[in-house]
Design a protein around this ligand. Structure first.
Ligand code: MD6
Ligand code: FE
Length: 214
């Protein structure tokens, strides 16, 4: 009994695969500075639903900050220094985010990680993200650092083939997932977010993925 209670609050790094580490609650210590930094970013570059190259509206709403931002429209997926709709550069990447990502990466064995792009995904209850690979970055040697905020999610963690079986990884408010190396091109996705209201974040999940894209 006591043992299982302790397990619930176990905040030690969890090695999910050779080069994938979950750092439970790692972002909580910096939560308020992080949210303070995000507010002006999202005022300057509000969330929106981009179109897939096939013309479908993405269920996830997204924004970006950093020198490069990930965009999707009729001409495909790519990183762009400007928002193709407003024509403006993306807001600068807040230092608190760059530093948090570097520390998380170092904990997971990736020293010297300096992000130049942060993709910000917004999920409402019911929103899902279908299985995909992240392969628009220049150099797959750099890891990706993913910060989860708000409502919990179930992350689908697959293999290098779309048809490989997937594991279900719970991602909670404040968790940070770092992956790279031989895991960098694993297929992954997010199951539909369950209805709920998070005490700090409200009726939403926000995921920040920090990358070295260029
Ligand atoms: C999400 N994350 O958690 C979606 N991609 O909302 C991703 O697609 C993702 O968490 C690459 C690396 C880490 C991720
Ligand atoms: Fe991804």
């Amino acid at each position: 009994m006591i043992q299982s209670d302790l397990d619930l609050f176990d905040a030690h790094p969890q090695q999910l695969a050779a080069h994938t580490t979950l750092l439970p609650g790692f972002a909580l210590a910096e939560l308020e500075p992080l949210l303070d930094a995000l507010r002006p970013v999202l005022r300057a570059a509000p969330f929106r639903h981009m179109q897939t190259p096939g013309g479908l509206r993405m269920a996830v709403a997204l924004s970006n900050c950093g020198a490069l931002g990930w965009v999707s429209d009729a001409s495909g997926y790519r990183y762009s220094a400007t928002d193709p709709v407003s024509g403006k550069p993306w807001p600068a990447l807040p230092r608190v985010l760059v530093e948090l990502a570097s520390r998380a990466a170092a904990q997971a064995g990736f020293d010297g990680f300096v992000a130049d792009a942060c993709l910000i995904n917004h999920y409402l209850p019911g929103t899902r993200l279908s299985l995909h690979q992240d392969r628009d970055e220049q150099d797959y040697a750099h890891p990706i650092v993913s910060i989860s905020l708000g409502l919990p999610a179930v992350f689908l963690f697959g293999g290098l083939q779309r048809s490989d079986r997937t594991r279900r990884i719970p991602l909670n408010h404040g968790d940070v997932l770092v992956w790279g190396g031989e895991d960098r091109l694993r297929f992954h996705g997010v199951l539909p977010i369950k209805p709920g209201v998070h005490p700090r974040m409200g009726e939403r999940r926000i995921n920040l993925t920090l990358r070295k894209a260029g």
